[in-house]
Design a protein around this ligand. Structure first.
Ligand code: PNS
Length: 164
């Protein structure tokens, strides 16, 4: 288990500029970051399939070079970390509303795997209101998502919600 190798887990449905901001900050702290798309095999959900999310992430993280890799997993995050050899987990924090959810997850993961540390990074203030859920809603209801998601993804997001 390498503490300088971190997993950055999430749904990434789809990846936003807020996620990329967290990833950029993670690379300052860690030697290597694995962005891992979590999915539920039994109950598929989401706008993009896990394979599409991985492909989008691969495309928009190519700019970061070899210290970033992309993968997907189902099951427990800490089991995935163990399989991968990662000793740390990265989570992004936005406003106060994230805290309760993140606190519970961190404490549960710590209970299951006390040797794996969760590290919180705070997104730039321009991303404080960005979330995949809101971005999808804005796109579906005809709003402007420019600047909220990586530009190669903008058209594909609009097409997915029937605005292509
Ligand atoms: O981007 P999200 O949806 O906030 O990410 C949540 C995620 C994927 C990190 C969380 O649901 C998770 O870790 N899922 C894997 C299943 C698991 O380990 N559950 C117990 C965590 S307490």
């Amino acid at each position: 288990m390498n503490p300088r190798f971190a997993v950055y887990p999430g749904s990434f449905d789809p990846v936003t500029n807020g996620h990329l901001d967290i990833l950029r900050r993670g690379l300052v702290v860690f030697d290597e970051v694995r962005v891992a798309v979590a999915y539920n095999q039994e109950k598929p959900s989401g706008l993009f399939t896990p394979a599409e999310r991985v492909a989008l992430l691969e495309e928009v993280t190519a700019q970061f070079g070899g210290r970033v890799s992309i993968d997907s997993f189902h099951g427990l995050l800490i089991d995935y970390c163990r399989r991968s050899g990662a000793g740390s987990i990265i989570r992004g924090l936005r406003a106060v509303a994230d805290f309760e959810y993140e606190f519970q997850m961190t404490m549960m993961n710590r209970h299951l795997a006390p040797d794996i540390e969760t590290v919180f990074l705070m997104a730039d203030e321009q991303h404080f209101y960005t979330s995949s859920r809101l971005v999808k809603e804005v796109a579906a209801l005809g709003g402007n998502v420019h600047g909220l998601v990586p530009s190669p993804l903008e058209q594909r997001l609009l097409a997915k919600v029937g605005r292509g």
